[in-house]
Design a protein around this ligand. Sequence first.
Ligand SMILES: Nc1ncnc2c1ncn2[C@@H]1O[C@H](COP(=O)(O)OP(=O)(O)OP(=O)(O)O)[C@@H](O)[C@H]1O
Ligand SMILES: [Mg+2]
Length: 509
Amino acid sequence: MGSEWTLLGSFTATIMIAYTVFDKFIPTHVRSYIQIYAHKLIGFLSPYIQITFPEFSGERLKHSELFTAIQTYLVETSSQRARKLKAEPANNSNSPFLLSMDDNEEITEIFQGVKLWWGSHKTMLKTQSFSFYPSSDEKRFYTLTFHKRHRDIVSRTYIPHVLEQGKSIKLKNRQLKLFTNSCYTGWGGYRKSKWSHVVFEHPARFETLAMEKTVKEEIIDDLLTFKNGKEYYDKIGKAWKRGYLLYGPPGTGKSTMIAAMANFMYYDVYDLELTAVKDNTQLRTLLIETTSKSIIVIEDIDCSLDLTGKRVVKKEKEKSGDVKDTIKKAEEEDNKESKVTLSGLLNCIDGIWSGCAGERIIIFTTNYVEKLDPALIRSGRMDKKIELSYCGYEAFKVLAKNYLDVDYHRLFSVVEGLLEETKITPADVAENMMPKSKSDDPETCLKKLIESLKKAKEKAEEDAEKKAGEEEEARLKEEKEKEQEQLAVEEAKSDEKAGKEVKENGFIH
Ligand SMILES: Nc1ncnc2c1ncn2[C@@H]1O[C@H](COP(=O)(O)OP(=O)(O)OP(=O)(O)O)[C@@H](O)[C@H]1O
Ligand SMILES: [Mg+2]
């Protein structure tokens, strides 16, 4: 700032020193007069404007969201520039502590060619009352100083920019949550389902997801377009939502992709277990309770809902093997209480889309896409269908980088050849390639993988041969049956003919 400001600074400092020195001797009402006139004098002489952002606002002294957003913004921008910093514990997993501008510290910032000064301050209120909380008497505030000719740009552009940035940084730094719904019995024996959550700390990222590069990029683009599409969705009059269907055999990375999406978008995950929801009404309540910027996941949709609307307990069936018992149990349960139906689910999804503002993604996963009702996966409900399939060479290279930290190895070409002839899931490739001891180098691990790929290939060939043999046997059997049928028809015909002749001629040759 110019010499004018320096002069003013010294003048203010002198006033402040005088104010501090005589603090104890001057009565409160005289002090406040001095304060008012000192500020008026400064305001009259100075071409600069100062805005104060207090930590608490309103009659009930609510924590100001404005202050929090500025604080977050300044933590990100000031820690590089401020010379007096303070370290505070952070409650996110990115870093154990946060560095922010210390009290009574000032930093400068240039925004669109405009110079601005941010100051961080703290005052102590002198209260008579006793408090257990020493910090409750502290009043913190930020000041923003700028030349009065920039008043418009600061109020119309800069402050909204700081608030928006602060909010988005806060969102990025918050801890993601994984919600699951569980059943409990409320008053009067009424069964309810409610969300409970844990911190979501899945390490999956798109970079470590093994799949074709082009498909991966397409999905990332789609997610980014969705994230930045608020205005577009408003313009076309559509709720800001997107539905994904992930399908493919077990172990191809459907759940891993959901975790990667959540980390990429910074969205909470609501893992909805339909079998723990009593009826359609409860389902609606659960979905309405979800917040925006979230991913609602219904895994194995074909197992959670029968497409005629009747719930089945396929997973249990598979586990126990005792089909009759499980069906009986499921029937008993169904008799005891109502159930979520396909139409109920569809209504809830459409309801939540139109009824709740805010960005939401809903993801269904299935191993059997062909079993799903077309109504469930029609465009508008499921906007994008993503197939996760067996491991190809590109996906293998990502896994090799993840697990062995190699970009290339002479054995890659052998693996490539075998992958073209074998169907193996990324989960199996990962399992076979993972080093089992410290002495396992990339070569050993790749050889192990090659061995299991060869075995898988042999087994597939054997299975194919067996299947071809069975098909041939079935074909021959069918042909033989047809021949016998034909023979029987012909015999019947000749018997009929002979019978006619006997009738007409009255004798047998
Ligand atoms: N495409 C992939 N990229 C990286 N890792 C993968 C991939 N697919 C599978 N994996 C690995 O295999 C494990 C199992 O994968 P995941 O649970 O995502 O499969 P899924 O498709 O959800 O299977 P399911 O249909 O049985 O639920 C994961 O923990 C991950 O380590
Ligand atoms: Mg899964």
